[in-house]
Design a protein around this ligand. Structure first.
Ligand SMILES: *Cc1c(COP(=O)(O)O)cnc(C)c1O
Length: 824
């Protein structure tokens, strides 16, 4: 839905500076999430760590024209001639007010969910249950804070039939604002646990605060078996119909008669409106059972039949929890949960550990720090930790912190050890002897469990790919210097950033505020998101099976065919998504993927216009041979086709569609074709594709000498006796083989590496994990460094020998080679 700037001003009561007309469709609070600058209204929020006012100039440069601020920049008329500044006392409150006004446009069922745990799960499952029947708009991920709820509510649009929003609080006084924005007609209270208890005088107080969400709702859903909740409900003046569920009280509106657990599913029998029925869910843990019951009450109350409920319940899908699983040293598996440090989430994590397929026959270890923020007596708290751990089959507990150490006798476990700090633990025998177990790490942030996880992770030391992140920045700046003012840049980090490792490279690029990152497949994008990358991400080759993942992780797909387009629209509609940004690819001569700019444009435009699930954010094509002058006339022909097709697309829409065509070579060779944006690939990794010269050296693949021996003339080295030795020689073995990405065709003296600066040819066939090199006459010893390519031996030397391109050599370095990053 679009609002004029005047409507917004009235709604938030702002003073206006600037007089340009504007339409607002998108709200922004984090400059890194910018997507549609022209229709965006930016709120300059102040937090403890940051101030949105610092980002105004950058956002203006990137095309944003409308800003809600608490102070108007000096000299704004000259610095920002095109902008509107809406001055208010508190931009956060203004954002909430705008969300509230927007909410009041809708007269549809709105479900509000609060509680200490399970909010996201209930929201996602309700969505799964209701979406076959209704067009549902819901909070993305867990946008449940003061800002997150506002942004979520803003997503309601003309299509929405049901809204589902989470409300999360951490302090007294916060719920009123969330209640105003959500104004739920159906309110769900999942449970009351320990989270954020330090900010509340009592559990009852916290419950009362959460209850504010329920105060004007028509229907209230809550667990009656919790005495605190029951008491607060009785004391409160609630108008709505109370739909308490209970496992013990037969007179409860929703009575749970039995809960039967089988190997992989649970059947829940209930009585509702004097009808007895049952449903099954494909989960067996207790949190899932409680969450499913809450969902059932809401779904039935919204008119779903009991049989439809059972059918859909059976198909519930798991909702990702923020637990990381990693391969550890000495046969261990690490489960890292540093998300929450309260006791409820401990139970969730233990439950998760229990249900992992790889825990069979291995013992379970819990490494846990003092639990902060619980507001409970340590004596009670750690007794409960002990009970939970025993109940969930933990056989060894390692406690870190003063409080746990002091309460060690509360832990009833055959094997238990306590250390004041992570450092003390790392120096101990207990640490050294961890092997073949599943380890759950649960530490409050201040204990720095990340360091511990890092130490426990499996590492392969001898062969590494060193990546110089500074050089990447230098290359980025080099290409930026070639761009015309205002041209945007996509950095290609597909294929694990051309072998350099996508996560670290993405972090670096994000810090340098590139406009887009591009990956090949959705999985690569998900990995980035899970590692905290918030920049815009484009997915060049979205698989049909990955759409849900795209939406969940805010990844923008390339669309190159009608089949993909239709499937994507269908999937987005099913999720209740509108205006999801996509990137349209035109085939101008590569004949790989893309719409035909001469034949397909009319159909493409009409299909795009018939729906509002997706919206073209950009349109692009790819040069076949921008690296060589030989193809200049073909390139010109490609560009002409693109120019025509992309202009047709733009003409059909009122919002700006970004056009882009140049890759690394094109940026340099065709500066006049830079258009709105360019796509930088190989150049970023330090190779100039036109000259094959190194710009700034990024990646060095190196290893060490394992063993050195003398081999007599006439003898042979390696498999199949290929490496014949003409003169008495010194041969060294190095721990890198074709399985690491060392091309087998470099063997038999076709290629060489560098040992202490001197060339050492590969002798005989390269093996899977090891290669032999001739170090005769080279001053070297076991343990010395060997450079396979990099600083002193350009990767292009290898690609020339192999008659291939540097892209192939770089992307062949296999995953088992550890990437080590440094800044010089
Ligand atoms: C990989 C890729 C690029 C980058 O190409 P370089 O030659 O590495 O700069 C640009 N556009 C598309 C569509 C690509 O797939």
């Amino acid at each position: 839905m679009i609002y004029s700037i005047e409507e917004v001003i009235t709604q938030i009561g702002a003073q206006r500076y600037g007089s340009k007309s504007a339409q607002i469709g998108f709200l922004l609070t984090d400059s890194r999430s910018l997507c549609f600058p022209e229709e965006t209204l930016f709120f300059a929020l102040k937090t403890d760590r940051n101030d949105g006012h610092h980002y105004i100039s950058e956002l203006y440069r990137r095309g944003v024209r409308n800003f809600v601020v608490s102070s108007v920049p000096v000299d704004y008329e000259h610095l920002y001639p095109e902008a509107n500044f809406l001055r208010v006392l508190n931009p956060c409150k203004a954002l909430q007010r705008l969300a509230k006004c927007h909410r009041e446009e809708f007269h549809i069922p709105i479900v509000g969910i609060t509680g200490s745990n399970g909010k996201t799960m209930v929201k996602e499952w309700l969505y799964q249950l209701l979406s076959p029947q209704f067009f549902v708009t819901r909070s993305p991920r867990s946008y449940n804070s003061q800002v997150g709820v506002a942004l979520s509510v803003w997503l309601l649009n003309e299509e929405t039939q049901v809204g589902i929003f989470e409300a999360g609080i951490s302090e007294p006084g916060e719920m009123a604002a969330l209640q105003h924005m959500i104004q739920p007609t159906i309110a769900v209270l999942t449970n009351i646990g320990d989270a954020h208890q330090e900010n509340f005088a009592s559990m009852e107080d916290k419950c009362r605060e959460k209850m504010i969400l329920l105060k004007d709702a028509e229907i209230l859903v809550y667990p009656a078996d919790d005495p605190i909740i029951q008491k607060v409900v009785n004391d409160s003046d609630l108008r709505g119909k109370k739909l308490a569920w209970s496992m013990s009280d037969k007179s409860a509106p929703f009575y749970i008669k039995t809960v039967e657990k089988k190997a992989t599913m649970t059947t829940i029998t209930y009585v509702y409106h004097e009808h007895e029925d049952w449903f099954s869910i494909p989960f067996i843990d207790e949190a899932s059972v409680a969450d499913a019951i809450e969902c059932a009450v809401v779904a039935l109350e919204m008119g779903m039949s009991m049989s439809a409920l059972d059918e859909r319940m059976q198909q519930l899908e798991p909702v990702a929890m923020r637990l990381e699983v990693k391969e550890g040293q000495h046969g261990c598996t690490l489960i890292n949960d540093s998300y929450n440090s309260d006791i409820n989430s401990l139970d969730i994590a233990l439950d998760f550990m229990n249900r992992r397929p790889d825990q069979q026959n291995r013992s379970r270890t819990l490494i846990i720090s003092d639990i902060d923020q619980s507001g409970r007596q340590p004596s009670e708290l750690y007794k409960e930790v002990s009970n939970l751990a025993v109940k969930r089959g933990v056989s060894q507990l390692i406690g870190i912190g003063q409080q746990l150490s002091a309460n060690r006798n509360l832990i009833e476990m055959p094997k238990k050890f306590f250390f004041p700090t992570v450092e003390a633990f790392e120096k101990s025998e207990v640490f050294a002897q961890l092997h073949d177990e599943v380890i759950l790490l649960k530490g409050a942030r201040r204990f720095n469990f990340d360091q511990l996880t890092e130490r426990l992770e499996r590492k392969v030391h001898e062969t590494i790919l060193e990546v110089n992140l500074n050089a990447i920045v230098d290359n980025l700046n080099y290409y930026r210097s070639l761009l015309k003012h205002g041209t945007k840049l996509v950095c290609m980090i597909k294929a694990d950033a051309y072998g350099a490792g996508a996560v670290e490279v993405a972090k670096t690029l994000q810090d340098h505020r590139v406009d887009y990152l591009a990956v090949a497949v959705a999985d690569e994008g998900v990995t980035l998101r899970k590692n905290g990358i918030t920049a815009n991400i484009m997915v060049m080759n979205p698989e049909m099976s990955s759409f849900k993942m795209l939406f969940d992780y805010d990844l923008e797909p390339e669309v190159y065919s009608f089949r993909l387009l239709d499937a994507l629209v269908k999937a987005a509609e099913k999720e209740g998504i509108t205006d999801y940004p996509v990137h349209i690819k035109l085939d101008t001569g590569m004949h790989r993927l893309g719409f035909d700019p001469q034949k397909d444009m009319q159909t493409l435009i009409s299909r795009l216009k018939r729906q509002n699930a997706i919206i073209p954010r950009s349109v692009f094509s790819h040069f076949v041979g921008s690296d060589s002058d030989d193809f200049d006339s073909f390139s010109a022909q490609q560009f002409a086709l693109f120019d025509e097709g992309s202009k047709l697309l733009q003409a059909a829409f009122t919002h700006k569609i970004i056009r882009h065509m140049d890759n690394s070579a094109g940026i340099e060779h065709f500066p006049e074709r830079q258009l709105d944006m360019c796509r930088l690939g190989l150049g970023l990794y330090g190779i100039n594709p036109r000259t094959n010269q190194v710009i700034h050296q990024v990646s060095t693949l190196r290893t060490t000498i394992l063993q050195k021996r003398e081999v007599k003339a006439g003898d042979t080295v390696g498999y199949s006796r290929k490496g014949t030795i003409a003169h008495d020689s010194v041969i060294a073995a190095i721990p890198i083989g074709y399985a690491d990405g060392l091309n087998r065709r470099l063997g038999n003296r076709h290629g060489y590496c560098l040992v202490n600066g001197q060339r050492a040819p590969y002798v005989g066939n390269i093996c899977m994990d090891v290669a032999m090199i001739d170090v005769t006459g080279i001053d070297c010893k076991e343990g010395d460094r060997v450079e396979i390519f990099g600083e002193h031996l350009p990767v292009t030397v290898l690609s020339d020998i192999l008659e291939t391109i540097p892209y192939e050599v770089l992307t062949s370095v296999s995953n088992r080679v550890k990437r080590v990053y440094y800044h010089d």
